[in-house]
Design a protein around this ligand. Structure first.
Ligand code: ADP
Ligand code: TYD
Length: 208
């Protein structure tokens, strides 16, 4: 069976993931690769419905464990309906956020600890990313970029500064724990500089 690749992008809110994913998608497509973009939470009809429950500012009473399980549910559906079949067909799948977001935001940020990895092992099975690009900008810069975006902040973006600091520390710990999978990139640089570093890492992975 042909096997494609599964690449995920991670980082705090406003770290530049969507911007860099767009650039990478174009470069891979120009090189003739069959690329599929998706995002979390979302990417399927059911997962997008779960997304709207999670991010709704009206749901301020949501329990932290409920939140963690909803993210994992959205992920289980995305893996079985989209990611696994596409990788098996030989596509390069790029996902905006994946399991590391749950570890950073729910295990570290919300303080749920090891339970989050356990729940997610059921959600994803063997479907781990081949490479994860972690865009590192401190939370204050991310928050400033979001303010400039002029959109309403969702329930997670509205969480405290302290929460976003813990999320960032969680990402740095993950980078240390999984150096063979996670490529950390200092992302307080120009869009072009970051894109060049990402392309160098990805072209090595795909053997360009
Ligand atoms: P994310 O998907 O991680 O939330 P975005 O790609 O949407 O981040 O970027 C958030 C905002 O910051 C956007 O307005 C984007 O144009 C801007 N931005 C992205 N990368 C950079 C960068 N390297 N330097 C400055 N601004 C950036
Ligand atoms: P989104 O608008 O996609 O954020 P961004 O543009 O920053 O990627 O919203 C997703 C939010 O959900 C974001 O604040 C991170 C959070 N999140 C978690 O807390 N846990 C998770 O497992 C995932 C996938 C996202």
């Amino acid at each position: 069976m042909k096997k494609g690749l599964f690449i995920t992008f991670e980082g705090g809110d406003g770290s530049g993931k969507s911007t860099q994913i767009g650039i990478l998608r174009d470069r891979l497509a120009e090189s003739g690769y069959d690329v599929l973009l998706t995002r979390e939470p979302g990417g399927t009809k059911i997962s997008e419905k779960i997304r709207s429950i999670i991010l709704d500012k009206e749901n301020s009473e949501m329990d932290d464990m409920t939140e963690a399980m909803l993210y994992a549910s959205a992920r289980a559906q995305l893996v079985s309906e989209v990611i696994r079949p596409a990788v098996e067909e030989g596509k390069i799948v790029i996902c905006d956020r994946f399991i590391d977001s749950s570890i950073a935001y729910q295990a570290y940020g919300r303080g749920l600890g090891d339970a989050v990895a356990v729940i997610n092992s059921y959600a994803i099975g063997e479907c781990m990313p081949d490479m994860t690009v972690l865009l590192k900008v401190n939370p204050e810069i991310g928050s400033r970029r979001i303010s400039e975006r002029n959109e309403d902040r969702d329930r997670i973006e509205l969480a405290s500064e302290q929460f976003h600091k813990k999320v960032y520390e969680g990402y740095l710990d993950l980078e240390k724990r999984y150096p063979e999978r996670i490529v950390g990139i200092e992302a307080d640089r120009t869009i072009e500089e970051i894109a060049a570093v990402i392309w160098e890492k990805i072209s090595r992975l795909i053997g360009e």
